[in-house]
Design a protein around this ligand. Structure first.
Ligand SMILES: [Zn+2]
Length: 435
């Protein structure tokens, strides 16, 4: 039983009304997906029969396990280094561990190397050291548990790991704080194994604007920012636009000579938040050959959910503060982890569950706009304090495949979405080709 306050109930009713107004065109997807992604295309009777046949034949779990599944974003490293999480065992304190990755048929995980600006600054030696520590933690997975993990730095490494029955661990640097405004540090992190860089998290750097603060609204890339993008192109490092401001997005797309990706962002046409992408931005990424990887966080999935969460945040502020105050011993982000645990517990009790189907609405929307070759997955597991229903950990990923098949996506489409599209972009960027 959810404990919704009176205010929350009213707001939730408003959110349901908003939701009901959105187009739910999943049943029209198979024809749009396999042929031209023309909005409003009308399916023929033969196509309908063929789609029904393929749905009947497709066993979701078998389809899922045959795919090379790649997730572009998880924040699990914070739990490893600050909370002592051993992700080689089944855990209840994280969304992801090796046991549940295998159950959920996830073959490759990009671990986010995230430097919290509040704690480590927007630049400087402490920010660099914090990133280094996280890179070392991911590399240690493969060094200490080679039977389970392999460090991957290319699409070929991911495919090989799948063939060998191992989990591929990859590195992405979220927020450019750790390059410390030095161009040579881009190559330094590349050599350490980092294969994508997101210029900002929720705070702008001096050289790139964030969607999360006011200066980001007017800040694009400066000369140094453009040099960073060109250096990433030269090295074969993926450029990630999740978190950047609209102005910076535009500058990145204009500067990059290689495909650009969004590692964890949804469609603003459905959930109108700055972290999501406009239709124009989704078209711009696809035109460059990039991929939009959908994020599982309900605030970016469900219209109106973010506003409800803000009300709950105000209600639970004393509880959250108390949790931070009690967390007296620990290191790094331990105090934030303690506060987030309270948020997670209270959101579950106080906020409406968001169905997995709503996340698939974002995939449908992107596919309708640009086609099935430009969408992927970026869960943000372990960086979010709520998940969609039936997608509460990495073990639940087959539920996503089941919903895609139910909506009429073919087995091949599902394989593209689960990982094939991002492998294609990785290969293009590694070869120095692309648009
Ligand atoms: Zn993020």
């Amino acid at each position: 039983m959810k404990r919704l306050t009176k205010v929350s109930v009213v707001a939730f009713a408003a959110s349901v009304a908003l939701t009901a107004a959105l187009p739910l065109e999943g049943c029209r997807m198979p024809q749009n997906v396999r042929k031209a992604p023309t909005p409003g295309a009308s399916p023929g009777a033969e196509d309908k029969a063929a789609a029904a046949d393929s749905r009947a034949a497709a066993d979701p779990l078998a389809v899922h396990r045959a795919a090379v599944a790649v997730d572009m974003h998880a924040d699990t490293v914070q739990f490893i280094i600050d909370d002592g999480a051993d992700i080689n065992r089944r855990l209840t304190t994280t969304h992801l561990d090796a046991v549940r990755m295998k159950e959920g048929g996830l073959d490759a995980q990009f671990f986010s190397v995230w430097v919290e600006p509040e704690t480590y600054g927007l630049k400087g030696a402490r920010a660099v050291a914090r990133a280094d520590e996280q890179v070392a933690a991911v590399r240690a997975l493969a060094e200490r548990h080679p039977e389970t993990w392999t460090l991957a730095t290319s699409a070929a490494d991911i495919r090989r790991a799948k063939e060998e029955g191992k989990l591929a661990a990859l590195l992405g640097l979220e927020g450019g704080y750790a390059i410390d405004e030095k161009i040579e540090n881009v190559e330094r992190f590349y050599r350490m194994g980092v294969r994508y860089l997101t210029p900002t998290w929720t705070a702008s750097t001096s050289w790139a604007g964030s969607s999360g603060d006011t200066e980001g609204q007017t800040r694009g890339l400066d000369d140094f920012g453009r040099r960073v993008i060109r250096e990433m192109n030269r090295l074969g490092m993926l450029v990630d636009v999740s978190h950047v401001s609209d102005k910076t997005f535009q500058d990145i797309v204009e500067t990059s000579s290689r495909p650009v990706i969004a590692t964890h962002s949804n469609a603003r046409a459905i959930a109108d938040v700055p972290r999501n992408l406009t239709d124009e931005q989704i078209r711009a990424l696809a035109a460059k050959g990039g991929v939009v990887c959908v994020v599982f966080y309900p605030a970016f999935v469900e219209p109106g959910w973010r506003e409800l969460k803000e009300r709950v945040d105000a209600e639970i502020a004393p509880l959250v503060r108390e949790a931070g105050r009690r967390a007296v011993e620990g290191r790094g982000s331990f105090r934030r982890i303690a506060r987030d645990r309270v948020r997670e517990r209270e959101y579950l009790k106080r906020l409406p569950a968001v169905p997995l189907a709503r996340l698939v609405d974002h995939i449908d929307h992107i596919v309708r706009l640009v086609g099935v070759r430009y969408v992927g997955l970026g869960s943000d597991f372990d960086g979010i304090q709520a998940t969609p229903r039936d997608l509460s950990s990495v073990a639940d990923l087959p539920n996503l495949t089941a919903e895609l098949l139910r909506r009429g996506y073919s087995e091949q489409d599902v394989h593209h979405i689960l990982g094939g599209n991002i492998l294609r972009v990785m290969e293009e960027v590694e070869r120095g080709t692309g648009r």
